[in-house]
Design a protein around this ligand. Structure first.
Ligand code: LLP
Length: 425
């Protein structure tokens, strides 16, 4: 059975990752459990690093991992050790990144709404850049910098009005979305910022969206961004960095055509810079799912099977509370039994036990026969799984296990049910 994963494969008829038999993980830690491959995270990091080195033509590059994809401390520490930085979206994510050992000077802060307290924390910690996304935010940040008697290092996040041609929920580079500053607004703000010693305009950034199926919109956005950066320099801004955002894709398994390789993304960035005549900028990119998505699976057990209304339902102990992507975006995830299947498949709805008709992993999917107690893995689930988890229906959070070189370690304990009502009395 061929799987859309470089991390999970059958060995002697049993699904494994990093040399670990997933039956052993279930035996030791129960289900539902997140399972990650350490080596796969490293390989993804290396691949994007190489592509960015090609793109930069020798200037410095920073991979600022969008930790919203998966903020597990073990994964963050692993990436920090490789030299990775972070793209954060809240004060909570800032503390999470620092706790894992990601240095403040490798942290950039995107996000359309930042509170006074969050901006203060970012300045106190001395992060690399606050990505300003509105005029209101610029005013507030100026006040916070003045209060602290410090200079705020900023980048202007622009919205280049480029169509990323991706799912509408993950497209962020059009004016019809809430993200970034329109280019003409950003241009108008530059002289004001340059003349204000509360600010140091260090960079420009954009993020047009996730899952870029073509590198053309990226090339176009990079050109617009680089032209804007050059304009800022002409206006006297000491622009050092160009942050080209995320969008590095993850193969989920239902694609009609393969995604471009990382090297093609690197080449498109280089071409975009070239078209603008931009050289000697440091480059930042913000991959999220491409670093951790393929490395993770949700390991679940079959609770029950029933045939109803002409359909087969396989009811798993994992649910939308662990992985909401199918329910929220009709997202596709490959799903496989842990013991390699034999025999025919039949159309099956793979669902969870949560009290919602929308609680499903797959509908009308050809799936082999399984029995109560069998283990099933949902692949491509390392990103936006545990981060978007909820405790709906009083379900404690799932355990997380990191596998590497044939051994598995628990990197987050299963949640206690009692913690669900902690602080309520
Ligand atoms: N940079 C910025 C400013 C972002 O907003 C995002 C994602 C990224 C980078 C990383 O994008 P990635 O490389 O992971 O595609 N929950 C949705 C995804 C929301 C993405 C939000 N922003 C999902 O499960 O598909």
């Amino acid at each position: 059975m061929s799987l859309p994963s470089e991390a999970f494969a059958y060995a002697d008829g049993v699904l494994t990752t990093s040399g670990v038999d997933l039956r052993a993980v279930a035996e030791a830690h129960g289900t539902p459990t997140w399972v990650y491959s350490g080596e796969r995270v490293d390989a993804a990091y290396r691949s994007i690093t190489e592509a960015m080195a090609q793109a930069s033509g020798g200037s410095e590059t920073l991979i600022a991992y969008a930790i919203k994809a998966n903020g597990n401390q073990a994964l963050l520490k692993r990436l920090a050790a490789l030299g990775c930085g972070a793209d954060i979206v809240s004060g909570g994510e800032l503390l999470r990144a620092l706790r894992a050992g990601i240095p403040a000077e490798r942290i950039v802060y995107s996000g359309v709404g930042k509170s006074r307290a969050e901006l203060r924390l970012a300045l106190e910690k001395g992060i690399r850049a606050v990505h300003v996304e509105s005029e209101s935010e610029l005013r507030l940040l100026g006040e916070v910098a003045a209060d602290l008697g410090t200079t705020a290092t900023i980048a202007l996040r622009v919205n280049p009005n480029v169509d990323a041609e991706t799912h509408p929920y993950i497209a962020t580079g059009l004016h019809s979305t809430k993200f970034g500053l329109e280019l003409d607004v950003a241009e108008r703000l530059v002289p004001e910022i340059v003349g204000d010693d509360r600010f140091h305009l260090d960079g420009v950034s954009c993020h047009i969206g996730s899952q870029l199926g073509s590198v053309d919109p990226l090339r176009e956005a990079v050109t617009l961004l680089a032209q804007f950066a050059l304009q800022c320099r002409e206006l006297g801004a000491p622009i050092r960095s160009l942050d080209v955002g995320g969008g590095w894709p993850l193969t989920y398994g239902n694609e009609k055509a393969p995604y471009p390789a990382d090297a093609a993304f690197g080449a498109a960035i280089a071409e975009g810079l070239e078209a603008a005549g931009a050289r000697d900028f440091d480059l930042i990119t913000e991959p999220g799912r491409a670093l951790v998505g393929d490395a993770g699976a949700l390991l679940t057990s079959v609770l029950a099977i029933k045939d109803q209304g002409g359909k087969r339902f396989v009811i798993l102990d994992g649910a939308m509370t662990e992985l909401i992507r199918p329910s929220l975006y009709q997202a596709y995830h490959a799903i496989v039994p842990v013991v390699a299947p034999e025999g025919p498949t039949r159309e099956t709805d793979l669902v969870g036990p949560v009290c919602e008709s929308g609680d499903f992993f797959a509908r009308s999917r050809p799936f082999p026969e399984v029995r109560e107690g069998d283990l099933v893995a949902v692949l491509g689930a390392g990103a936006y799984g545990r981060e978007m988890a909820s405790s709906y229906n009083a379900r404690p959070r799932a355990a997380e296990v990191l596998c590497e070189a044939g051994s598995a370690s628990l990197v987050r304990r299963r949640g206690d049910v009692e913690s669900l009502w902690a602080g309520e009395d």
